[in-house]
Write a protein that binds this ligand. Sequence first.
Ligand code: AMP
Length: 410
Amino acid sequence: MRVCVVGSGGREHVLAHVLGRTAEVVVTPGSPGIPGSVDTPPGETDADLFVVGPEAPLVAGLADELRAAGRLVFGPGADGAHLEGSKAWMKEVASAAGVPTARYAAFDRFEPALEFLNSLPGPWVVKTDGLAAGKGVLVAPTRADAEADLRAKLAGESFGDAGRTVVIEEAMIGPELSLLVVCDGRRAVPLAPAQDFKRIGDGDTGPNTGGMGAYSPVPGVGADMVDDVMERFIFPTLAELRRRGIDYRGVLYAGLMLTEDGPRLVEYNVRFGDPEAQVVLPRLTTDLAELLAAAAAGDLTQAPPPAFDPGACVTVVLACEGYPTAPRTGDVIDGIAAAEAAGAMVFSAGVALGPDDDGALVTAGGRVLAVTGSGPTVAAARDHAYCAVDLISWPGRHYRTDIAREAARG
Ligand code: AMP
């Protein structure tokens, strides 16, 4: 099978890597760090299966365009991708499906938004309705911070049009869990659960980012919890989408908070998590190309259910100085080959070719590399990942030192 992965980041790199076990893979537009990258646009690329990685082209309707041209596509159409394109719509669908989630309301005017904010006990959660690369959420410890953030978002000052409508939510408390589910429109099968780290700094401090690290499996999260989430969250959501005429073929990513009262939905995303994909997909022991092709064709029963190696993976994201506010780019990256020689997987998230003709890679995005270590336990995988991280350098490189630390203690 020939598979075309659409995208250029760490998620697309790991997709290409794992699909490449059984399929011929091209990646468009890819990057100088991703083998198999081609510069033909997806519509002009010849492939048996198209896997659209990031949310932006899905929201913009790329899967619809490719399907209209007769292609087999893994990824929802613009109708289903609206789950991620509008948090207000996502909350409305989740509520209609009876999915447990935080109390919320959506606003495009300041006064009623402030009134709702004042009715909540805090901490206060203010989200951009539209896409903001994972950075549009503020969990504010004080009401004054929440009010200032609300004002900036509604005025379009902090996130442009994405923030002109906001969702204000009751805060939930507890550890988070990411469950990525492969859907064929009617049926759905879960992948292994993962936990990711969204804040920029150690100890979950600082602003939210696209994700600074992840690990899988998650100690204490077994098959019974996954079954429960499938029954009470995923299947009702797919049924609600179908009721609205939406044939959802792609990944449904449930971001969950494990509260004292049980799991609650934080958000749905419409694509593989980045960096969750970098810890979940390498553990897959079944054929990813076959699974995604079956889902894309609308019949998951054509592929064996996904199975996973019992060992662990830990990913540490290396970011530029200044990320997420003002990333500094253009620095030469050293040590990728050494990290790979140490057995780690190094996925390129934001890299470019340097100005000299020597093939050297330079930093070109906020998140630059995702380094995945593996081992029989989370502790072993964590050691493996951080040893590899130590081999990679550039000026101002930033990473968290506490990825999977608690989980590694068992
Ligand atoms: P989202 O983009 O909606 O997943 O939000 C990004 C992050 O903000 C989540 O992973 C949580 O850490 C945090 N967050 C979002 N909504 C809430 C909430 N209602 N209560 C507490 N934290 C939240």
